[in-house]
Design a protein around this ligand. Structure first.
Ligand code: USQ
Length: 391
């Protein structure tokens, strides 16, 4: 298949490009290196030393004999994206090309606007480009479990059957996003659903949980193929952060009580899910939603797991509860359905001590690159509240 990957220089985009290329698909990637730029602006960087995109592509050609085409530009630039779609004529578009950090979107008005501009406008540009050049192509869009928030009922996969005043309908599941980043993904889902209903596009929204892990089958083939790994307070996700903290002797930064529960998955499973979605396309006019995670954990459970694994490897690991910089529920019901990807054949990689130890070992190799000042949480959801959470 001809596959276009937006955000092909990122944590998930790069390994996804390698996966499809390794399987013999014709892969093109788009990126404007915004993640690299945001890190430079904040004095942070990937733990893993990643080469420039063209160097990584050259390394992949050397290792695999396969060619990946690259286009440098922003998805917010509608003319640029239109030309890329017209030229590459993809059968599948995998859209990761977004600002993916909740804290980044809460930093300031400028960062919130930048997030929603990149995400909502970029996605809208893509929908028009697909309508005009490849109306039969399948959009595989990275959404987020955070679109649903933490309602006090079970979370369904995208839609819920509602009975209201004696009548019934199946409607999009209600959304309660927890940051302006998560809001942008809700807006995207609404726009994609509209495009499917109105123009007959086909799309799968992958409502993904929190990803962890360093390595995939393809990135492990050569050290020049490594993907980025963030651990800073803006771009690092919680389990990856805890593993880095354990290695450098920083207390594990549990926000608040630590009973916040989320869905999690290994980076290898992200690739498996995206591949399953691509190989089993939605119908024309269908807006399909998959909840993409494999297990649920509370933040406190993850901290305990990292402490155990770290201590097994000889580290002394302390768990520290920080005043929660976010506005989020710390005690809540959480039960999210996630059967559609399993029905398509997903075989989950389950989290356990051994897996955490393997992540810790991968981190140890680059321990000297950790920027310690990037770890402490600084970004508050509501700066009007004192750090102690008092109004
Ligand atoms: N947390 C801590 N300590 C930390 C970092 C985070 O206790 O040092 C807590 C947060 O308060 C939150 C939970 O861990 O309750 C998850 O935070 P996170 O930063 O790992 O993940 P989140 O902000 O939810 O965003 C990440 C990705 C985002 C994706 C989302 C999936 O950055 O792109 O959409 O996970 S989900 O969480 O299901 O919405």
């Amino acid at each position: 298949m001809r596959i276009l990957i937006l955000g092909g220089d990122g944590y998930l985009g790069w390994p996804t490009a390698l996966r499809f290329s390794a399987r013999g698909h014709e892969v093109s990637v788009v990126d404007n290196f915004s993640r690299r730029r945001w890190h430079t602006e904040h004095g942070t960087a990937s733990l893993t030393p990643i080469g420039e995109l063209d160097e990584r592509i050259a390394a992949w050609r050397e290792v695999s004999g396969e060619q990946i085409r690259s286009y440098v530009g922003a998805v917010e630039d509608g003319d640029f994206l239109d030309e890329v779609v017209a030229e590459t004529k993809p059968e599948v578009v995998v859209h990761y090309g977004q600002q993916a950090s909740a804290p980044f979107s809460m930093l300031s008005r400028e960062r919130a606007v930048e997030t929603q501009q990149a995400n909502v406008i970029g996605n809208l540009n893509l929908l028009f480009a697909m309508r005009d050049h490849v109306p039969d192509a399948h959009l595989v869009k990275l959404g987020t479990m955070g679109e649903y928030g933490q309602p006090d009922i079970d979370i369904e996969e995208g839609y819920i059957e509602i009975e209201h005043k004696g009548r019934k309908d199946t409607l999009p599941y209600p959304k309660l996003p927890g940051s302006l980043y998560h809001c942008s993904k809700v807006h995207d889902s609404t726009n994609i659903h509209f495009a499917c209903r109105t123009w007959g596009l086909r799309a799968t929204d992958l409502n993904q949980g929190v990803v962890y892990g360093v390595e995939t089958e393809e990135t492990a083939r050569d050290e020049r193929l490594v993907t980025r790994f963030d651990y800073d307070e803006l771009f690092g996700t919680v389990l990856n952060r805890f593993c880095v903290q354990a290695v450098i002797g920083h207390p594990l930064t549990v926000y608040g009580a630590g009973n916040q529960t989320r869905g999690f998955l290994n980076i290898r499973d992200t690739l498996a899910c995206v591949e399953l979605a691509a190989l089993n396309p939605a119908e024309r006019g269908e807006f399909r939603v998959f909840n993409q995670f494999t297990e649920q954990f509370s933040v406190g459970q993850l901290a305990e797991l990292v402490k155990e694994a770290g201590e097994h490897l000889g580290y002394s690991v302390e768990i520290q509860h920080y005043e929660n910089p976010r506005v989020e529920k710390e005690e809540h019901y959480y039960n999210a359905v996630h059967t559609k990807l399993l029905d398509l054949g997903l075989e989950p990689t389950l989290l356990g001590e051994e897996l955490v130890e393997s992540i810790i070992h991968a981190i140890e190799r680059h321990k000297g690159r950790v920027i310690e000042t990037a770890i402490e949480p600084k970004t508050r959801w509501n700066p009007a509240k004192s750090p102690a959470g008092q109004a």
